[in-house]
Write a protein that binds this ligand. Structure first.
Ligand code: G1P
Ligand code: ZN
Length: 543
């Protein structure tokens, strides 16, 4: 086997964001670009000689090419074995599951999640550690530092490996094992949920519609929902993964999944609708003419957890990202369990789960999960909902409304302003930081500011501190406006405004969130001066 050492020059923009390194495909296609980042990972993670890695991606354009490159580099860098999903495919939660199940040193996941794919779309890569979770900031900082001083990388000079047939082959001294991408994950799901109860629910005429958005979840949903749980074939839509996601934006929300949303709003709508994103870690939950906000979904799953076999013994604790609504906090209070508030990004939940402090976690950005893996998990959330409906035998809307009646409603919405000129977005943030001294006590309609700050977090497990995690404007009545810059966008800057108002009055619970939040939205525009500073009248996406 001949190992080639290739001289290279550092790219200075390989800083991992909220979830790994995400760039346009054309950026990754530059000579040495992917190789530099992969070698920087290998230079930073101190893998012992002969270690095992997991490798797979969401199947988007450039996935196969990248996998061949990474395999050859892993072989040259002394790895003993790589487990690759068949066809180069592994959903993000499935990759996490495989890393844990086979106790590998870690894994490399190729995905730009919910960002569009195709030759003009995005690509991404991240490293997950042996717990199955995204590398902590300490590791991603080390990778970035390594990427800035890299001068060479190594790969073996050998032909491509076949990714389509299950089984073992050799790449020099390294074994490549192509594994079934679905079965380990499907078995894990069957061990957590009451599949018999869900099967009975579906057999009894409960109609579902799952939109895989032409992304990675298609094969997983087909195996689990259709083959194992008996859902009809027409319960699944867009279930064939495509390299460009059929030209769509594989983000399960009311804007980017319009086909599913219109099916769920028709007179003869199914009883339950759901969708997942590019790499299978996000979920959207819908009832008949009813949308469940991800923040409410997290709170509901926590409140109903003991109906699910895996969580029958109760929850150790829960965690939510800072911008996620405080609905789950109220459930935690009632259950007398701890609730942690972390910065945005799943990587902050890993330590809490590893230390046994939390069982369920979630983000407002359509991410929910538990300690069964160390990633958020789209199909897991769908199965959790189906299991709890099978146990309660109520509609989605009834379940949510009962929850609001008991705990109050955290009315919630997020406004995204995508692809802003970076300077404009920074001007908004600078304006907010400069307003901290004068905001407290100011009245905006019915909202009076109590406190404002820039969120920072001290990890209770390893003591690491993360600063600058988003601006919080907290009102006297518990309502909040949060403003932060996205760490996953690949064009200019994306500014997110998160709005949350707490309402215990059941008489208001029928209101559409946009109506219920109208006054808070005005307050947000006034406080941020967004329209004046960016010239943008409307958000790009409202969720
Ligand atoms: C977004 C979401 C965040 C999520 C991340 C990865 O990051 O807001 O909650 O963890 O995608 O799916 P952002 O672009 O806001 O940095
Ligand atoms: Zn994703």
């Amino acid at each position: 086997m001949s190992v080639l050492t290739i001289a290279t020059q550092a790219f200075l923009d390989q800083k991992p964001g909220t979830s790994g390194l995400r760039k346009k495909v054309t950026v990754f296609q530059q000579t040495h670009y992917l190789e530099n980042f992969v070698q920087s990972i290998f230079n930073s993670i101190n893998a012992p000689q002969g270690a095992t890695l997991v490798l797979g991606g969401d199947g988007r354009y450039y996935n196969r090419t990248a996998i061949q490159i990474i395999l050859k580099m892993a072989a040259a860098n002394g790895f003993g074995k790589v487990l690759v999903g068949q066809g180069g495919i592994l959903s993000t939660p499935a990759a996490s599951c495989v890393i844990r199940k086979y106790q590998t040193f870690g894994g490399i996941i190729l995905s730009a999640s919910h960002n569009p794919g195709g030759i003009d779309g995005d690509f991404g890569i991240k490293f997950n550690g042996s717990n199955g979770g995204p590398a902590t900031e300490t590791v991603t900082d080390a990778i970035f530092a390594a990427s800035k001083v890299i001068t060479q990388y190594q790969l073996v000079d050998m032909p491509d490996v076949s990714l389509d047939t299950l089984g073992v082959s050799q790449l020099g001294a390294m074994t490549v094992e192509v594994i079934d991408a679905v079965s380990d994950y499907a078995e894990l799901m069957a061990s957590l949920f009451d599949f018999t109860a869900i099967r009975d629910l579906l057999a009894g005429g409960f109609r579902i519609k799952f939109d895989a958005m032409h992304a990675v979840t298609g094969p997983y949903a087909t195996e689990i929902l259709q083959h194992r749980l008996g859902a009809s074939a027409d319960s699944l839509m867009n279930a064939v993964p495509l390299e460009d996601f059929g030209g769509g934006h594989p983000d399960p929300n009311l804007t980017y999944a319009p086909e599913l949303v219109s099916i769920m709003h028709a007179d003869d709508a199914p009883d339950f609708g759901a969708a997942s994103d590019g790499d299978g870690d996000r979920n959207m939950i819908l009832g008949k003419q009813f949308f469940v906000t991800p923040s409410d979904s997290l709170a509901l799953l926590a409140a109903n957890a003991t109906l699910i076999p895996a969580y029958r013994g109760g929850l150790a604790g829960v965690a939510r990202s800072m911008p996620t609504s405080a609905a789950v906090d109220r459930v935690a209070l009632a259950l007398n369990i701890p609730c942690y508030e972390t910065p945005t990004g799943w990587k902050f939940f890993g330590n809490l789960m590893d230390a046994g402090k939390v069982t369920l976690c979630g983000e407002e950005s359509f991410g929910t999960g538990s300690d069964h893996v160390r990633e958020k998990d789209g199909l897991w959330a769908v199965l959790f909902w189906l299991n709890l409906i099978a146990a309660r035998r109520q509609t989605v809307a009834e379940i949510v409304r009962e929850h609001w009646a008991q705990y109050g409603r955290n009315v919630y919405s997020r406004y995204d302003y995508e692809a802003l000129p970076t300077a404009d977005a920074q001007a908004v943030m600078a304006h907010l930081l400069a307003s901290f001294a004068t905001l407290p006590g100011q009245q905006f309609g019915k909202y009076c500011v109590q406190h404002s700050d820039d969120f920072s977090y001290t990890d209770p497990v390893d003591g690491s501190v993360s600063t600058g995690q988003g601006i919080r404007i907290l009102f006297v009545d518990g309502s909040r406006i949060i403003v932060r810059l996205s760490g996953t966008g690949t064009e200019g800057a994306t500014l997110r405004i998160y709005l949350e108002a707490y309402d215990v009055d059941v008489a208001n619970h029928h209101l559409d969130a946009q109506v219920a939040l109208a006054e808070l939205i005005q307050a947000a525009l006034q406080i941020t001066q967004l329209q004046q500073l960016t010239g943008r009248e409307q958000p790009t996406v409202i969720t």
